[in-house]
Design a protein around this ligand. Structure first.
Ligand code: ADP
Ligand code: ADP
Ligand code: ZN
Length: 220
């Protein structure tokens, strides 16, 4: 099974992708994570993407589609969760080709519907474990013990430089202008399911599970 999690910055894509990995053995393909890794490693792609990401604008379609293609090749049989990709019509077209070349089909596009005003608070309160990458939030998903990662026990955390209010506004505008318009393309194929992204984290996980399991059930 291959699925897209679609939603604006802070909608909960990464949070839900990580749960799907743990619960279903699927693999999260986050272009944001890939670009941040490239930046950290100082690769040519990272160097090129840095200023664009800091401004909250979109990195070129060719760069991100190439990253996705490379990662798909390493997946073997595991199902893919596309998180933060595709973000433009050109990327959606590229994804169709990348999947077809590998004999994969796109089963679901899950739209996380969220109230834009809530996103700024989600993004500005977001932090992750520096060691294992587990995601947290100052208010909505605190660590069980203050300052200690629930998953790995690390006491080091980090915040993204682009998770500030000004950049978030640009990222939301990019989402509205370039990403939301790809939804009708998938709606025409009958593969879009909408979940209430304003519900709490566990409730969103349950809504997604219901979609994946319903669709997986053998036809009566
Ligand atoms: P995205 O990957 O879509 O940008 P994240 O999964 O990183 O979003 O979530 C953004 C922030 O909001 C994180 O700090 C996360 O812990 C928190 N969060 C995610 N889902 C919810 C939710 N349903 N309710 C409240 N906070 C959430
Ligand atoms: P979020 O989880 O908050 O939606 P991401 O981690 O997905 O943010 O992306 C961070 C930044 O990386 C984006 O603002 C953009 O600059 C770049 N980026 C990530 N994925 C893509 C993509 N598919 N196309 C273009 N730029 C991307
Ligand atoms: Zn950790």
């Amino acid at each position: 099974m291959n699925i897209i999690l679609l939603g604006p910055p802070g909608a909960g894509k990464g949070t839900q992708a990580s749960r799907l990995e743990q619960q279903r053995g699927m693999v999260q393909l986050s272009t944001g994570d890939m670009l941040r890794a490239a930046l950290k490693a100082g690769t040519p792609v990272g160097v090129k993407a840095k200023a664009v990401m800091e401004a909250g604008e979109l990195v070129s379609d060719a760069i991100v589609s190439a990253l996705i293609g490379e990662r798909l090749d390493g997946l073997d049989g595991a199902g893919a969760i596309f998180d933060g990709y595709p973000r433009t019509a050109a990327q959606a077209e590229a994804l169709d080709v990348l999947l077809a070349e590998r004999g994969r089909t796109l089963d679901h596009v899950i739209e996380l519907a969220v109230d834009e005003d809530a996103l700024v608070e989600r993004i500005t309160g977001r932090f992750t474990c520096a060691k294992c990458g587990e995601g947290y939030h100052d208010r909505f998903k605190q660590t069980a013990v203050a300052g200690v990662c629930d998953v790995c026990g690390s006491t080091e955390f980090k915040r993204r430089p682009d998770d500030n209010e000004e950049t978030v506004r640009t990222r939301m505008a990019e989402y509205r202008a370039k990403t939301a318009p790809i939804l009708p393309l998938y709606e025409a194929r009958g593969i879009v399911a909408r979940v209430d992204g304003m519900a709490d984290i566990d409730a969103v996980t349950q809504q997604i599970a219901a979609i994946l399991d319903r669709a997986n059930a053998p036809a009566a």
